[in-house]
Design a protein around this ligand. Structure first.
Ligand SMILES: [Zn+2]
Length: 296
């Protein structure tokens, strides 16, 4: 009797160990760039999924019924925070706080130095730009948070996660130096972006952003703002940077009219299948190519 009891307990224990050792942890991140950062830490030891489809707006997205299940089942949920993804706030409040990483609230996040020219024209200058993944120093902080939480969920692979974090940190520091050098020649050259989502990159690398067309992709710019934008660009603008998947015909017309070059910034890595490092490199290349000092 006692023997039977013991063996069934042991059987259960073994079953538990078997399940635990075979199930990979699942990290669910709200946006592709966060997924790319998380993947650098998980390697093959955990799965990383992205909640939003690549072409969805990261400012406003209607959650599907299946999304609730995905959020509930994930071992870790990684998002920026309500400052960017307000559509997630209510749902995440119902999940265990221990499994959520809110990047916006991480200690030590670097914030752009405020651009007074733009801030004065904007109603939003009290907010900090939430597109924080565009600064490689912030990517390191996000990666650290992912590694810490993953180790709690999956301590068996602790050494792997720590090693991946170390490799990623080194890689980011090297990339940062490389980008600083490559962007130095175009630092003083004026441009505008389509929506106000690039100030982390712009500020960190000392680029000369004059203005944006619209604050978020969902808002239509006001007539007064467009007039200001036009005047500023006419004076000292060289490029207008558009984005994939935003309806930008009117911005395109403006660039043509003012003889501006048109560039494209892909902050979400929707073009191709970049690593996080490649996403930043592509962004630097887009700035360099459009702003470089040669004639059209
Ligand atoms: Zn945005």
């Amino acid at each position: 009797m006692k023997h039977a009891f013991l063996s069934s307990v042991m059987g259960l224990a073994l079953l538990f160990v078997a399940i635990a050792s075979h199930a990979k942890p699942v990290v669910l991140s709200s946006l592709k760039p966060l997924t790319l950062i998380a993947k650098e830490i998980t390697g093959k030891y955990a799965d990383v999924d992205t909640l939003l489809p690549a072409t969805a707006s990261h400012h406003d997205y209607p959650l599907k019924t299946s999304d609730y299940g995905r959020l509930k089942n994930a071992d870790l949920v990684l998002w920026i925070g309500p400052e960017l993804e307000s559509f997630l706030q209510k749902t995440l409040a119902n999940l265990a706080p221990a499994k959520i990483i809110t990047a916006y609230n991480l200690k030590g996040i670097n914030w752009p130095v405020e651009n007074h020219e733009v801030a004065e024209q904007s109603d939003h200058h009290h907010e900090q730009d939430p597109h924080l993944w565009l600064d490689p120093r912030n990517a390191i902080l996000v990666a650290q948070a992912v590694a810490e939480k993953l180790i709690l969920v999956d301590s068996v692979n602790k050494a792997q996660y720590q090693q991946n974090l170390q490799l990623f940190t080194t890689k980011m520091k090297e990339l940062d130096e490389k980008l600083k050098l490559s962007l130095r020649p175009v630092m003083g050259i004026g441009f505008a972006v389509y929506h106000e989502g690039f100030s982390h990159f712009v500020s960190h690398y000392g680029l000369h952003q004059l203005d944006y067309v619209t604050f978020t992709p969902e808002q239509k710019p006001g007539a007064r703002h467009l007039l200001q934008l036009r005047e500023t660009l006419m004076k000292e603008g060289k490029c207008l940077f558009l984005e994939p998947y935003n309806d930008t015909q009117s911005a395109r017309d403006l660039a043509l009219e003012l003889h501006l070059r048109i560039g494209e910034l892909d902050a979400l890595g929707v073009r191709g299948d970049p690593t996080y490092e490649q996403l930043l490199e592509q962004m630097a290349n887009a700035f360099s190519a459009c702003l470089a000092n040669r004639r059209n």
